[in-house]
Design a protein around this ligand. Structure first.
Ligand code: ADP
Length: 498
């Protein structure tokens, strides 16, 4: 249990895990915009607040500037125009502004002399500042020094009554940004709380989504694991995404194929056991009946032993055929390819088989359309031809006929065996190439058939990259046609099996 949890955790932590990736994507997609938003909103707020503060203070300073002119603060009007009362009022106005904004206001005349300083430090002194000089040239400036916590600005005092709008003095004001910073701090704190809340929600969402979104994959792998333990189920069904549906479909096809293979293997083993047991049972019966008779005559012994010997021959035949088939099943099996005269080969085979045909009074004729030389494996080719001609003789009627034809075009040679025999029922045609399949079991056994001959024949034909077809009319006769390329091309393609 602990190991399982540990394993899951390790899988989750590895970046190869889809769950981890979904988790990270959701987390980043949710978290990054919230951080950008926080910094964006706070930065914008600071900028706007500073601008607003500058324009408010500028407006108030301009009003004061107008008061200064109208009250002849700079003695530009005739004597007696200004009174000490109005001067005090203006000073009070300036004080009020500097207190209100926690700042300092200086009034500087055109000779760069400080006429008034709300701090009272620089009055009478000369000030050489770039901003002041620029202001006297008509350029009003403002500057926000965040590091030192102040906003500095210059304000023009012009004589509106004169036509030229002459610059009489300049106000150099610096105010604190503390209140803005305090507001920023409060806002920042609220944003942080919201953000933390969002992180918790996003993390929870990321965990839920990563688990939910990968669930169909987990279900598929779980279903596959269950099947792995022993595929009892016909197929697995896990509704999910289109992608998992494809995986499930591919897996079900694989499962079907595995089951078919398993069934055919099982069937094969059953058939083999059955086929091998039949001669054994016969031998046992023969031996037992001999043993049961105390004084059995020597002729009876001889007769029974002959039967036993023939059953052993049959057992041998089955084993030989089986071994031939198994050998052919091995994909890597090499063919011994050589250029052979097919006419000669057919002649040779017919010569060997004619005695058997004669016994059944079956006439075998060979019709060759042309001389054919092809690249084949002699042993396998002999096996193909012998099996087909032998069957045509075996499953023939008394005084029947077997016709063997050989023809070729520029690519293939065609070997056809037609007989006037029993024929094969239509429903059996599809099965005659299967291992151990016999149309009439007892008859086939009687004439020594194992049911493996056509399976071996078909495998051999396919190994030569050829094809075999059959046509038959029950009671009239059968015709097998083998088509094989004249030149053998070894390919890496897997051997096709029928
Ligand atoms: P077997 O060893 O029994 O002959 P085969 O694989 O050679 O096995 O043939 C399978 C079955 O196909 C046979 O048992 C027989 O019933 C049928 N068959 C094969 N060739 C012929 C033929 N020429 N005419 C009629 N039936 C045939």
């Amino acid at each position: 249990m602990v190991a399982k949890i540990f394993g899951e955790l390790r899988a989750f932590l590895s970046l190869r895990n889809l769950q981890t990736r979904i988790f990270l994507v959701v987390l980043v997609a949710g978290f990054v915009p919230s951080v950008i938003m926080r910094y964006g909103i706070l930065g914008n707020y600071e900028e706007r607040s500073v601008q607003q503060r500058i324009s408010t203070v500028q407006n108030q300073l301009m009003i004061v500037g107008n008061h200064l002119i109208s009250n002849n603060y700079f003695n530009t009007k005739p004597e007696g125009y200004t009174s000490s009362v109005s001067r005090d009022v203006i000073d009070a106005e300036l004080e009020m502004i500097s207190n209100l904004y926690e700042g300092r206001v200086m009034i500087i005349d055109s000779g760069l002399k400080v006429l008034k300083d709300t701090y009272g430090l620089s009055e009478g002194k000369t000030i050489i500042s770039e901003e002041v000089i620029k202001c006297f040239q008509g350029q009003v400036t403002s500057n926000y020094d965040r590091e030192h916590g102040y906003i500095e600005m210059t304000t023009l005092i012009t004589d509106a009554s004169s036509d030229t709008g002459e610059i009489i003095a300049v106000m150099l004001t610096s105010i604190s940004n503390e209140s803005i910073m305090t507001n920023m701090e409060v806002l920042g704190r609220k944003a942080l709380i919201l953000e933390s809340l969002m992180i918790v929600i996003i993390t929870a969402m990321a965990i839920v989504l990563s688990v939910v979104m990968t669930r169909p994959f987990s279900r598929v792998s779980q279903a596959i694991s269950e099947v792995k333990a022993g595929y009892r189920e016909e197929s697995i069904s896990v509704p999910g995404y289109a992608e998992t549906d494809h995986i499930v479909e591919a897996f079900n096809q694989l499962l079907k194929r595995m089951r078919a293979l398993d069934n055919s293997r099982q069937e094969f083993v059953e058939n083999v056991s059955h086929e091998l047991k039949t001669p054994m049972a016969a031998i046992k019966v023969l031996a037992d009946s001999l043993l049961a008779q105390r004084d059995a005559p020597a002729e009876l012994y001889r007769e029974f032993l002959e039967d036993i010997a023939s059953e052993i021959d049959r057992e041998n035949q089955i084993i030989t055929d089986l071994l031939a088939l198994v050998k052919m099943d091995k994909k890597a099996q090499e063919l011994n390819i050589a250029s052979l005269d097919m006419n000669d080969l057919v002649e040779l085979i017919l010569k060997r088989l004619r005695p058997i045909a004669r016994k059944k009074d079956v006439e075998v004729v060979f019709e060759s359309m042309r001389s054919v030389v092809a690249e084949v494996d002699e042993v396998k080719m002999t096996l193909i031809m012998t099996n087909l001609v032998e069957n045509a003789i075996k499953y023939n009627k008394e005084h029947g006929r077997v016709r063997v034809e050989l023809d070729a075009d520029h690519q293939y040679f065609i070997f056809r065996v037609s007989d006037s025999g029993l024929g094969i029922p239509e429903d059996a045609l599809a099965h005659i190439f299967e291992r151990f399949y016999r149309v009439d079991k007892s008859h086939s056994r009687e004439i020594g058939g194992t049911g493996l001959g056509l399976a071996i024949t078909k495998s051999s034909v396919l190994m030569h990259r050829g094809s075999i077809t059959v046509s038959s009319i029950e009671g009239e006769g059968t015709s097998f046609t083998v088509k094989i390329p004249l030149t053998y091309t070894a390919g890496s393609a897997a051997l096709e099996k029928g």
